[in-house]
Design a protein around this ligand. Structure first.
Ligand SMILES: Cc1cc2nc3c(=O)[nH]c(=O)nc-3n(C[C@H](O)[C@H](O)[C@H](O)COP(=O)(O)O)c2cc1C
Length: 338
């Protein structure tokens, strides 16, 4: 058996397959099933500031319609569980008590003070690390990308200063210049970057002429974007990198490691194949078998072998157009194989 152990954010993982944040990583029971199936670590479903604010608004509404002193007392006693992120934090503490693999919490807030406050509470509740789900769609036409990125960097810096647990940032692919932004994130002291987040998609119902949200599950076709950016950033950054998006089998996990990812996240495949034991053990045995065939004793023997080495020679990822080769052949078609 090859050794598939790895470190991520300074944590020891028995293998590089991590369950990305989703509703499947919200409760202890489903996380225990993932652990039993062999997953290396989990990222908990994000705590969203607006969800918690909505709970608080509900509580005020309830108080306003409460007339009896007894009911008031009852609600007051229930306040700590309902005000702020306490319910999610209690769940986190319970998960930590029952689960042996590393548990990475995740949050997505609106205001800087809340990012810092959630991070502190998440640390106190026992998370092994914290992933900042940073994205908010910039809709203000007066704010340039520089302003938006400076605000995000300021937030990340404040969180990193506020906690001792390792902090990672989950990025979206939608940056004008991802490399300098990723580099600036590294300067804040974050220990890892997750490439990339994927969002709930808006679609249109043409009969009702209305927008609606639909969950967006991936296929392995989603992988190349993550492969490209992981390869490029691996060559520039010291921080750990997690590849998230398009890992459905051992083949995608191997590709992720070859471009330099420390770990690969899996999410959509867990929804599409409810037999988590068969899915996860299948992925890990493909990785093992491939390493044995190649005589790789551990992940470091091949991790990053295909990272980008020269961004300026036009041979790597910098010029990614369908150009013709010197012999007139389209590059498209050369060496094409999955
Ligand atoms: C139903 C669902 C819920 C998700 N919830 C979260 C979340 O709470 N926080 C987060 O950072 N990402 C969330 N994601 C994104 C995933 O963690 C992951 O980054 C994305 O789905 C790409 O990986 P995949 O190709 O394996 O699905 C969610 C994805 C799905 C499908």
């Amino acid at each position: 058996m090859a050794n598939t152990g790895t470190t991520y954010l300074g944590l020891n993982l028995k293998n590089p397959l991590v369950a990305g944040a989703s509703t499947l990583t919200e409760h202890a029971d489903s996380i225990l099933r993932l652990e039993d199936a062999g997953i290396g670590a989990v990222v908990l479903r994000s705590m969203f500031e607006e969800e918690i604010t909505a709970d608080v608004a509900d509580m005020y509404h309830e108080l306003a319609y409460t007339e009896t002193a007894f009911a008031m007392e009852y609600l007051r006693a229930d306040l700590p569980a309902r005000l702020g992120p306490e319910a999610s934090l209690n769940r986190l503490a319970a998960i930590k008590k029952r689960v042996g693999i590393p548990v990475i919490a995740s949050c997505n807030c609106l205001k800087k003070a809340q990012w810092v406050s959630y991070a502190r509470k998440i640390e106190q509740a026992g998370a092994d690390a914290l992933e900042l789900n940073l994205y908010r769609m910039p809709l203000d036409a007066t704010k340039t990308s520089e302003t938006v990125e400076a605000r995000d960097l300021d937030t990340v810096r404040a969180v990193v200063e506020a906690v001792k647990i390792p902090v990672a940032v989950k990025l979206s692919p939608y940056y004008t210049a991802l490399i300098p932004f990723a580099f600036a994130l590294q300067q804040t002291g974050v220990k890892g970057l997750v490439l990339f987040n994927r969002f709930l998609q808006t679609d249109i119902d043409i009969d009702r002429e209305k927008f609606f949200y639909r969950p967006d599950f991936t296929t392995p076709d989603a992988l190349p974007l993550q492969l490209r950016w992981t390869a490029v950033l691996r060559n520039i950054l010291r921080t750990d990198l997690a590849l998230s998006g398009g890992i459905h089998s051992g083949r995608e996990l191997i590709k992720s490691l070859l471009v330099g990812a420390n770990v690969g996240y899996i999410c959509s495949a867990l929804y599409q194949n409810q037999d988590h034991k068969a899915l996860i053990s299948g992925i890990l045995s493909t990785l093992n078998g491939w390493m044995e065939t190649k005589a790789y004793a551990g992940l470091d023997a091949f991790r990053g072998k295909l990272r980008e080495t020269d961004l300026t020679d036009g041979e790597g990822f910098e010029r990614n157009q369908y150009t013709k080769q010197g012999n007139g052949e389209e590059v498209f078609g050369v060496g094409t194989q999955s």
